[in-house]
Each structure stands twice: as C-alpha cells, then as structure tokens.
Design a protein around this ligand. Sequence first.
Ligand code: MRU
Length: 343
Amino acid sequence: MIKESFETIRMEDGKLILLDQRKLPGEVTYITAETVEDVYFAIKDMAVRGAPLIGSTAAYGTYFAARESHGKEEFEAKCNYLISARPTAVNLEWAVKRVMSIALSSSFNLERIAEEAERIRKEDIEANHMLSHYGSSLLKKDSNVLTHCNAGALATSGWGTALGVIKQAFLDGKIRHVYADETRPRLQGARLTSFELVDFRIPATLIPDSAAATLIRDGKIDAIIVGADRIASNGDTANKIGTFALSVMAKAYSVPLYIAAPTSTIDLSTPNGAEIPIEERSKYEVIDPLDCGMLIAPKDIEVYNPSFDVTPAENITAIITEKGIISKPFRDNIEELMGKVNS
Ligand code: MRU
C-alpha cells in the first residue's frame, strides 16, 4: 500500500487531530478537536470536508458526545446537533448512528465506542483502495479524465474515492492526463485536487469550471469520475454543485460519467434525488471566495449558493463502490448490492 504524504485525521491522547483544509494549499497545519462543539465547527466551517471524512470525523465526535454526556437524553441531543452540521453528506448521519448504536448497546463503554470510531476510519481507507481497483478496471489505456471538486485523500480518511480511482489507474498505466475543475465557490479543485495531483506527480491541468464543456465537446475527455455526498436508492446522486451540468454534457457527447463512492454514501431511505436535502451556504463564499475581505461583488447583491446538485441516474454510466461496480438498472442493482452489505 502506498503511504499518503499527508494525514487528514488521527486520534492522539483522547484528542482528534485534523488537517485544516481551509489553509491548503498554502499551509499544512492541523487543528485539535476534543469536544462535540469543536467537531461540529470543524465540519460546519469546512476545516474538514468531503463526505467520507465528515463521516469519520463525526464518528469521533459521537465518542466525545458519549464522554461529555450525563445520560441518554443529553447524548442523543448532542448526536443530533452533530448531524445538523452539514445536511447533504449522508456519511455524517450514517457514522453518528453507527457509533450511537454501540454507545447505547454497550451502556456507554467508552473504550468500545472509541474502537467503533476507529473502525469506521480504517474501513474507509480500505474501501477506498478496493473501489479504486474496480474503478481503474473501467478505464482504457491512455485515458484523459476529468474530475470535479475534491474526492481524494483530503476528502476521506485516506487515499480517496474518485481521485483514488484516478491515482490507482495512474499506477496501472492507464492515465494520460487529468483535468481538474477549479470548483467554485470554495475552490476544492484548485486548492485541494491540484495539490494532490502535484503531490502524486500525475500529469494534470487545472481548468475553470466553465472550460469543461469545451473540452468534452472537443473529444478531449474519455471519462468523467466524481465522488458523491448521497446516492438515493434509484441512483440519483448528490455531489458538489456543477456535477449535474457536467453530467448533461457527458450524456450529450457520450462520455462515460462514473460516480465513485463507498457504500456508506448510499442512502436506501431516500427514494430519489428530489428527496435529498441540499445545503445552501453563505453568500460570502461567492462574493469573498478567499475569505480575506476582498469582495468580488457588491456586498448587497443577492446570492444563490447551493453547495450541491443532483445528477439524475439516467446521466450516470456506473457507480463504483468497494463491493463492486453497480450498473443499470440502478434501483434493482443497488438494492441487491446493499442487501449483501447489510446481511
Ligand atoms: O463541500 P465539500 O467540499 O464537503 O464537498 C465535497 C464533495 O462534493 C465531494 O465530491 C464528495 O463529498 C465526495 S468526497 C470523496
């Protein structure tokens, strides 16, 4: 297994050490979280982000909730507070509920609760490597691929999902070139994906989001690979805003669009994309993108800033998970695969 050159999350002496992604790529610094409140703000303010990493961070947050609480009621209130930090990424709720069930069934045995959080972190890394091998098998030699947002090591407990597939395919000799959307407004593609691509020495070009359509039309892209924040049971997928537009272009020009995500991102209780809650974020992310007070638009302009959009299942070629590749018909095949996962 290849060692990551940076670590996003680790537990040390009862404290959670988190890579502060707001500072990247300029500074590689870590923050410490040791209360539910610390974890809530690390997720809400996007010091940590990316669905699987939000899940792992919240798992430890649930451990802190157990450590801080004086009874079941207080514990459950703190867990619900954690879940409210970001509504779209289902891994958050999934991880909190998984650790909660251990807390409740073990009468708040802190050692067992901490072990469950650690298990979630480790399983995430393993799942990413497994799905990356499946994803690589879908790509032809000399592929030019496009990705959106950051679904790499930085979005997970390690290695990555969509970018994990790209890294594995690069090691397998299948990647000619990667195009990374800068991903307005938080610039996860420019700040984070570029950082990882340079670190991994993969030939890559950063593009403004609006250049993707031209590249796709001109036949410069062989496959688009993105991550996911929530996959409904019919295959509709929420991911970073801009993914839907890419999917429309992909369909129009017959470019395969692959979603790479662990099965913890599949939400069987959500029947379709219309039911996925979409987070709207502050107008200042759009008018003050570097968070430095240098406004790029008048302060009083109205802003619409949804953080995610939903790509309809019909625009998706396949969903790559650690348990295998899900092809169409998605509803039946998701149900079958998740039946095996849950049994
Ligand atoms: O707002 P973010 O940075 O948390 O959004 C992240 C994404 O949309 C990722 O593509 C998704 O979480 C998958 S990460 C493996």
